[in-house]
Design a protein around this ligand. Sequence first.
Ligand code: 4AD
Ligand code: MG
Length: 478
Amino acid sequence: MFNRRTKIKELLAAEPANQEVTVMGWVRTFRNSQFIALNDGSCNQNLQVVAALGLLDEETLKRITTGASLKVAGALVPSLGKGQKVELKATAVEILGDSDAEKYPLQPKKHSLEYLREIAHLRFRTNTFGAVFRIRHSLAFAIHRFFNDKGFVYLHTPIITASDAEGAGEMFRVTTLPFNNPPRNEDGSINFKEDFFGKSTNLTVSGQLEGELAAMAFSDIYTFGPTFRAENSNTTRHLAEFWMVEPEMAFYDIEDNMNLAEEFIKYIIKYAMDNNREDLEFLAQRLADEEKQLPQDKRSEFGLMEKLAFVLNNAFERITYTEAIDILLNSPAYKKKKFQYEVKWGIDLQSEHERYLVEKHFRKPVIVTGYPAAIKAFYMRMNDDEKTVAAMDILAPGIGEIVGGSQREERYEKLTARMKAMQVPVEEMQWYLDTRRFGSVPHAGFGLGFERMVQFVTGMTNIRDVIPFARTPKNCEF
Ligand code: 4AD
Ligand code: MG
């Protein structure tokens, strides 16, 4: 058995009593031919390994370079140096894998995030990305814990589908037909009957429709999986492949839905604050240092930790879309013509509008409800005014839309009428309509963009830096 070792996180918390331990990890730095800073990814801090002069021969010393992997046995002792409680007094050092110091792309200095994106296969070994991806993991775990504790069933919805859940037509096609000579119908169109599934198929944009089917049996379900959107948006908030959490609840109205979403967001933030303090503090410091470069008026008034605590301790603001438009129309920004996009009832709120509401006007997360039916998906429940739907978007400072959700249209006649009006193929979606035919109930749900949530918690400004390997327009490396 090879893996007889203790993780560095555990050792750093241990009482040093000369106990014999073995560690394995990667060299961050090597100073004075004696002091090795070793990291195994279990936490942000390195373990100081002291290789006493004379312990290692010249040849081995030369091979202890940044990036090399080591197995070290020794005694855990109190540290004499500053900044750590314990250190490892090495008795044996074995080099598991060499790393040519000249060629290693990660030098022991600060690299730009842009550069690190190009070497995303190695960036996990930096402090910043170590922290980001440990926090990402914690948030994912907290999501499962939250729903499990509430008795929700985790439902795996399909990745390949034949329907467009959002009706927005932003789908990646899945096919095995030949590109250059696909089978054609008499009218020249492609004959998908000959395709793998006997019909035209895509990567899913959302697991919601299948989620609704299961909620009509289990009451409360959630999905948490990858979703795909072929929208050509090259922004700091859009990915072509992202992870979405979608709970769906029977016997919920829009207010129940908002309450659950707010409780959920607060729960997972608190989980990270309780379990990832060291990583969060590291990122908070990183952000504070970065902000020092900015002019005074561009700096945020809160640090990362204060921002998270503020969100936990304050109720989200709840307003209607109509109120949001009024606020925008009466804003100094509007009067000074600071908005690039038009503001009037009926528009889809642009990112600049969302940010104004959240960052300038309310200075906290805002839940907007009652959007115009014309700009929202076919499944949203029509309000009594016949103009707006029971939609809810949650907008977060620095991020904009982090959650999109709604109460669903459970009334068969109203749903089919809206589907027809929006040119959703009613015939092909009889399976979905069956839930409205047989024991339909009021129900609601929402989708949380997982990467946007990780951005919010870590303070990372670019969504490409919170997913291990980003897929964006014209970019599919690794
Ligand atoms: O608002 P959206 O499109 O809603 C749905 O897909 C619903 N079916 C959800 C539901 O009710 N079950 O997407 C939900 C969230 C957005 O609020 C945003 O946070 C995130 O998914 N999102 C993206 N994140 C990263 N990159 C993209 N291209 C995203 N598009 C949406
Ligand atoms: Mg949305």
